[in-house]
Design a protein around this ligand. Structure first.
Ligand code: KO2
Ligand code: CA
Ligand code: CA
Length: 279
């Protein structure tokens, strides 16, 4: 085994070039296993989390670790709070079968992010080929936000009623596509969503018309406030149509399951986990 804190270190210090599972060690000595993407754009990408929707009809019930597993509740404005705490859950091999969060999420000091949307229940060795969208950032934006999402979401809390749509949103960062493009990104979301997003970005802490905060808008930048149809994860309370917009994939099935009409995302999008990497 290697004494490395990130996949970048495994690659740079130990010359490993194979995609697959590696052990990493945190600053405090916690050892954990995760997936390293050693090939995309120079490699060295550490998988730190996945956002998985186990039941879009659940509405902030069991499995909604990136929002609330205890209902849609204005008295619990941050919900689970997992975007900004040190709780970990899941296992690397089940990162497309359930939510995943490892210590790298808060331990690694990174510069960029890479994101893969991988169909649910895909085995690790097929993730890259099976993905429906892959992209990464290049401008070292995490330097400005503390080096990882744990720090970024401390600056931009994922909390109900922290601010107003658009004016109080967190950053939108340009992306480079490894699979897909701006148009194919838009097509993964519903046609009405298409009217209020711009492809080619990853956005953080987007707020909706009713002051509910979501965590990540993958592949897009919101231009309006119905972010609950194209942004994932979020706070513990979504006022509109209570509780229909609460859950890890928020209101992705607003106009029917995988219907791809109105504000409903495509079935492909609804049934793919969102894998988050740092480098
Ligand atoms: C709809 O019919 C509706 O949904 C809107 C939501 C979408 O997030 O805010 C409004 O509630 C609107 O009143 C209406 O209910 O409009 C543009 C069409 C969608 O689903
Ligand atoms: Ca989940
Ligand atoms: Ca709305």
């Amino acid at each position: 085994q290697f004494n490395a804190r990130s996949c970048k270190e495994v690659k740079d210090k130990y010359g490993q070039t194979e995609n697959g599972l590696y052990y990493l060690t945190t600053a405090t000595g916690v050892v954990y296993q995760t997936f390293c993407d050693m090939t995309t754009a120079g490699g060295g990408w550490t998988l730190v989390a996945s956002v998985h929707e186990n039941n879009i009809y659940g509405k902030c019930t069991v499995g909604d670790r990136w929002t609330s597993q205890q209902g849609n509740n204005a008295n619990w404005p941050q919900g689970e709070g997992n975007w900004a705490n040190r709780k970990t859950f899941g296992t690397v091999e089940a990162a497309t079968d359930d939510d995943f969060k490892n210590p790298g999420y808060y331990d690694i000091e990174a510069e960029d992010m890479s994101v893969w949307h991988v169909p649910n229940n895909t085995p690790v060795n097929h993730w890259k080929l099976a993905a429906i969208m892959r992209y990464h950032t290049v401008r070292h934006f995490l330097h400005l936000y503390g080096g990882n999402l744990y720090q970024l979401f401390h600056s931009y809390p994922v909390e109900y009623n922290v601010g107003a749509h658009l004016s109080d949103n967190g950053p939108s960062i340009p992306i480079v596509y490894d699979l897909g493009d701006k148009e194919s990104t838009k097509n993964l979301y519903g046609p009405y969503s298409g009217g209020e997003i711009e492809g080619g970005f990853i956005s953080f802490r987007a707020i909706n018309h009713e002051r509910a905060a979501t965590a990540i808008c993958s592949g897009v930048k919101p231009k309006s406030g119905n972010v609950e149809h194209y942004c994932i994860g979020g706070c513990g309370f979504f006022p509109e149509a209570n509780p229909l917009q609460c859950g890890d994939f928020t209101g992705f099935a607003w106009n029917g399951y995988g219907a791809h009409i109105g504000f409903s995302a495509s079935k492909q999008m609804l049934e793919s986990a969102v894998l988050l990497f740092y480098r």
